[in-house]
Design a protein around this ligand. Structure first.
Ligand code: BGC
Length: 457
């Protein structure tokens, strides 16, 4: 027998998606309206996306065929509540069929209640800036939990709340395209409260998970491993401060607020009812390291360029640097802070030719394994993503799928990439074996089993 990194028994293996990115026809939403302005980089709009709305049965069949035991998917508020207080029975029935189809196949369900997108009527009332939106969201969540509460094995209240708070309110990248620091603070603070309220609603209405175990709810937090570039002198000091600020805004302020129940800077400073202890697990989404480099020409970016990549480090098609130790260190840090079980709810790479993906996945799984072997209770890993999908501002040109979908094909045929088969083999082996690495990414053998990386920083 060759070398192997085996995962604990019962480890949950899955793939991850979001409603708007795969379903299609989310035409009553803020993102749909934003896309019509011609702002998507490849000129596309989400349109029919990959038509999961109609093709879900076939997708689930393919998932079973590939042997993927768990699936993370999202619901679209705009479809379920197309106008204030009026729920669509048709949309609810469709979601019920989708979840029932997964259940029938014994595929575990991880359900996200909000993955950024808002109904148009919420956008029109000034989204999370308007305190009324919190009550509206609470009404939506209550309805969903009452209707569909029997299905999810675990719940994600919000996906990466700080991403739309930053991209939509500071960086002009996402709707509603604000560039306003106070708006960022208010939206972030509202999202903290939305999470706390949603967590409570789930627990009050769903006393147990379907397998009889405890109800599991939390968020999927976007973590980057953020480090200063290391320029000598004063510029280097500035890089340290900038890295601190980026970390604080991207996840630290959120995490510290949840830890204590009281919002910390840059949020408002008030206590939020039920915020403390509102994680049954910590959900980690990790893709890349960010090295913060001083650049005096970048006035709009706090004088830093965070997209530069040190020599010898790979860059993905998103322009992100590949850095598995950052994943391991993030997992350790999050566990150190919350002492809760951890689920990796996203990790993956845009790679249409599927040449980087096998080694990317193997090395990142090796990082997860390293954390587990040091006693961190990582319970599951969801790869982003099952199929190619609508990658927000990037459109369809960035392909994150284990399963490829050619957007130009009217049938939107699903074609599993080599990585899809590699993932099946990993799941079957409940780990990474030398044979799997030799077959799919022999170039990564040392990085997976040896000591190529420095795991300390
Ligand atoms: C998001 C996904 C997105 C992925 C890749 C995550 O930040 O939750 O919706 O597609 O990253 O960019």
């Amino acid at each position: 027998m060759g070398k192997a990194l085996r995962f604990p028994e019962g480890f949950v293996w899955g793939t991850s998606t979001a409603g708007h990115q795969i379903e299609g026809w989310n035409d009553n939403s803020d993102w749909w309206a934003f896309e019509q302005k011609g702002l998507i980089r490849d000129g596309s709009t989400s349109g029919k996306a990959v038509d999961y709305w109609n093709k879900y049965e076939d997708d689930h069949a393919l998932m079973s065929e590939l042997g993927y035991p768990a699936f993370r998917l999202g619901l679209e508020w705009a479809k379920i509540e197309p106008s204030p207080g009026k729920f669509s029975d048709d949309a609810m029935e469709r979601y019920r069929s989708i979840l029932a189809s997964l259940r029938k196949r014994n595929i575990k369900i991880c359900l996200t209640l909000n993955h950024w997108v808002l109904p148009m009527w919420v956008a029109e009332q000034k989204d999370w800036m308007n305190p009324k939106t919190l009550d509206d969201f609470q009404r939506f969540v209550t309805h969903v939990v009452e209707q569909l509460g029997e299905y999810p094995d675990m719940w994600v209240t919000l996906n990466e709340p700080m991403v739309p708070a930053i991209a939509g309110n500071l960086a002009d990248e996402f709707p509603p395209q604000r560039k306003n620091y106070n708006a960022f603070r208010r939206v972030g603070s509202a999202l903290l409260e939305a999470h706390a309220r949603t967590y409570r609603i789930i627990h009050s209405k769903v006393p147990k998970a379907p397998d009889g175990g405890p109800t599991l709810a939390g968020i999927a937090q976007a973590y980057q491993w953020i480090v200063p570039w290391g320029t000598p002198g004063l510029a280097g000091q500035y890089e340290k401060i900038a890295a601190f600020v980026f970390k604080r805004g991207s996840f630290d302020a959120w995490d510290l607020s949840v830890q204590t129940g009281k919002q910390v800077y840059p949020f408002g400073g008030r206590f939020i009812a039920n915020l403390r202890n509102s994680y049954d697990y910590c959900g980690i989404n990790y893709y890349f390291r960010m090295s913060v480099k001083y650049d005096k020409s970048r006035k709009d970016q706090l004088y830093v360029d965070e997209k530069q990549i040190p020599d010898g480090i790979e860059r993905t098609q998103m322009g992100w640097q590949v850095y598995p130790p950052g994943f391991y260190l993030t997992i350790k840090r999050v566990f150190g802070r919350f002492r809760k079980p951890i689920y990796i709810l996203e990790n993956g790479v845009a790679d249409d030719a599927d040449t980087m993906r096998p080694r990317y996945l193997l090395q990142h799984l090796a990082a997860v394994h390293r954390a587990i072997s040091e006693g961190v209770p990582v319970k599951g890993y969801y790869q982003w993503s099952f199929t190619d999908n609508f990658e927000w501002r990037e459109g369809f040109c960035k392909q994150f799928g284990l399963v490829g979908v050619d957007h130009a094909d009217p049938e939107l045929k699903r074609v599993p990439r080599r990585s899809a088969h590699m993932y099946s083999e990993i799941i079957r082996a409940n780990g990474i074996t030398e044979e799997i690495v030799a077959k799919y990414a022999p170039e990564a053998m040392d990085a997976v089993f040896g000591n190529t990386w420095d795991w300390t920083k």
